[in-house]
Write a protein that binds this ligand. Structure first.
Ligand SMILES: Cc1cc2nc3c(=O)[nH]c(=O)nc-3n(C[C@H](O)[C@H](O)[C@H](O)COP(=O)(O)OP(=O)(O)OC[C@H]3O[C@@H](n4cnc5c(N)ncnc54)[C@H](O)[C@@H]3O)c2cc1C
Ligand code: SF4
Length: 331
């Protein structure tokens, strides 16, 4: 590990000030991604600004008639265990519960979770020189290498890394927004707009401005939130990232789909909202056939070379199963 400056920030203002004073600074919350990647020499911040003291202002978990408000420093385990989240936003609780391990969920914050980095093996191993995300212009070892866990949606010829997290997929599906505060003030953006597609610049992963802090998330209330679930398919049933996942929320009018929200995880370069699949289902009866048609729409643009060939079919089956399971929920 390389030497770095370390400082606790007492509040938002101090966090922004310290980050602004050190070029190449990074924020530290639970540290479960940041410290890992520093030890691997993948991330080399000049300074770590510890923002855990901001939890006093930014760890709320509040559900009311307008929606669900979550502080960026709330811990994954606390949000997953909250009775109102479990009852009114089961998809959110499940996405958090099915992630990582209990120890990690106790440490990890929501803000850090959303900003976790890809698990592409070539990104995490500096022994590989070709990785456009670590070294722009160096190439992409994954294109012809071990890539079965990577992206089939939203990837580019410069990077096929997938976004590995679960929680942000649920947030994107539910149309959540993220509260930001930076040196130039506060703003609110859609979670769907927080992560960028790789294009020609895979090293630029988000639309965050310099030193901008995530302070919280808002999930709007909706008739679909209670009939929602997160289905995660992985190589082993615990302590593993998604190979494919589907976050599904349904508002049914008898057998008809009045409204539907769909997010896809494990398969895409960013937390993925499946708008085409939603459009295919809206106003239609929900049957196995219509769910399959929606799943085909969701993966119509998938590109799956080499080891990834199995993934569109797995993604489609995951979505069909999630839709039919959500339909069968008693709410
Ligand atoms: C073995 C293992 C298995 C895992 N499995 C899963 C899984 O199945 N599903 C899943 O979703 N995740 C999984 N994770 C990822 C884990 O959930 C994340 O590491 C964790 O949520 C990150 O949160 P943190 O608070 O520790 O972030 P940190 O490590 O502190 O920070 C992560 C990044 O976010 C930035 N950051 C943190 N907070 C803020 C903020 N408020 N504003 C701006 N920037 C901020 C940091 O600068 C850093 O770049 C796994 C991790 C490990 C180690
Ligand atoms: S897929 Fe992206 S992260 Fe992985 S090696 Fe290629 S450029 Fe690097």
């Amino acid at each position: 590990m390389r030497p770095f400056h370390y400082e606790h920030a007492a509040d938002r203002g101090e966090a922004l000030k310290v980050a602004g004073a050190h070029q190449g600074a990074a924020y530290l919350a639970g540290g479960t991604t940041m410290i890992d990647l520093m030890k691997l020499d993948v991330l080399r911040p000049t300074a770590l600004v510890d923002i855990n003291a901001l939890a006093k202002d930014h760890s709320e978990i509040r559900a009311d008639a307008s929606g669900l408000k979550l502080g960026a420093l709330a811990r994954m385990s606390d949000v997953a265990a909250d009775p109102s989240v479990r009852r009114d936003y089961p998809m959110v609780a499940q996405a958090l519960d099915l992630a990582a391990s209990p120890q990690i969920r106790n440490m990890a914050s929501l803000g850090g979770n959303v900003l976790q980095r890809t698990r592409c093996p070539y990104f995490r191993d500096t022994g590989w020189s070709a990785c456009n995300k670590r070294h722009p212009g160096s190439g992409c070892a994954a294109l012809t290498g071990v890539n079965r866990k990577l992206a089939i949606l939203g990837a580019s010829e410069h990077c096929i890394a997938n976004y590995p997290g679960d929680f942000a997929v649920a947030l994107a599906a539910l149309g959540a927004t993220v509260d930001l505060e930076g040196p130039k003030g506060r703003r609110v953006i859609a979670v769907e707009d927080l992560h960028r597609l790789p294009g020609e610049t895979p090293q630029v992963e988000t639309t965050l401005l310099a030193d901008e802090l995530i302070t919280g998330f808002t999930v709007p209330a909706g008739a679909w939130a209670r009939r929602s679930l997160y289905l995660k398919i992985r190589d082993r049933q615990s302590y593993e990232f998604a190979i494919a996942s589907a976050a599904v929320a349904l508002d049914l009018d008898g057998g008809l789909v009045r409204e539907v929200r769909i997010g896809l995880g494990g398969v895409a370069a960013k937390p993925w909202r499946a708008h085409e699949a939603e459009a295919a289902l809206r106003g239609q009866p929900l049957t196995e056939a219509s769910a399959e048609a929606a799943a085909h729409a969701a993966f119509a643009q998938a590109k799956a070379p080499g080891e990834l060939a199995f993934k569109p079919e797995l993604g489609r089956r995951t979505l069909v199963r999630a839709l039919l399971q959500a339909q069968a929920m008693e709410v």
